[in-house]
Design a protein around this ligand. Structure first.
Ligand code: GRF
Length: 216
């Protein structure tokens, strides 16, 4: 079987992109990242991709009349490259049906909160403001809603009274870098089965190792 062909879509830093790339390089995920696509010209993620020798693509949102037109162009670029999984990693755009219909249950996102709590922007700050004691991150398939798609896996970290958005974000980010590659690995192994809003992980040996993670 040919390795899974992945496109990563990012708008900024790209540390999750790096974490997934490193696991692939170590041979722990049977996949290849064929494209790093971005909607921001100077995203640090682009520099990382160039360093890894991964093709990059920048689409300028201003050159498209609508979100759907932008997503149509993105979907065409991905299909041209036979992409089997789209990984959103700090991609600051809402993905429209013009993308989703081409990649049903094949677009993943990571969100820095335990969904369905605190969807949308600044999930970590929302957690701090709410006074949660447990925070974390969620990898989910992308549907038409905002952070509403079927949940693949989650990881929890403690939240402390003296946490700020920055300190909690840093703790969650360390988790993200383990959780996201794990979700991609499960997908590449063909072990994710979507049933309505639930994702089943096939052939789980130690369930707690693949569903709930606490790395701190
Ligand atoms: C992460 O916190 C992720 O949860 C959110 O955006 C951030 C991206 O960070 N969706 P990076 O670009 O992967 O470093």
């Amino acid at each position: 079987m040919d390795p899974l062909r992945i496109a990563v879509l990012a708008s900024g830093r790209g540390s999750n992109f790096q974490a997934i790339h490193e696991e692939i390089e170590k041979g722990r995920i049977k996949a290849t990242i064929v494209l790093l696509a971005t909607d921001t010209k100077d995203a640090p993620a682009v520099t990382r991709a160039q360093g890894y020798g991964i093709e990059t693509l920048y689409l300028n949102p201003k050159e498209f009349p609508s979100r759907e037109a932008f997503d149509g162009a993105m979907a065409s670029a991905l299909k041209k490259r036979n992409v089997g999984l789209v990984v959103l990693a700090g991609y600051m755009r809402i993905v429209t049906p013009a993308m989703i219909r081409h990649f049903k249950n094949r677009i993943m996102n990571i969100h820095p909160a335990l969904l369905p709590s605190f969807p949308g922007l600044h999930g970590q700050a929302q957690g701090v403001d709410h006074g949660v004691k447990i925070a974390g991150c969620t990898v989910h398939f992308v549907d038409e809603g905002m952070d509403t798609g079927p949940i693949i896996c989650q990881a929890a970290v403690p939240a402390y009274d003296d946490d700020t958005e920055d300190t909690l974000s840093a703790r969650i980010l360390r988790c993200e870098h383990k959780l996201y590659p794990q979700a991609v690995r499960l997908f590449a192994q063909g072990r994710l089965e979507v049933d309505g809003r639930k994702v089943r992980i096939k052939n789980q040996k130690k369930k707690e190792e693949e569903t709930l993670f606490s790395f701190v």
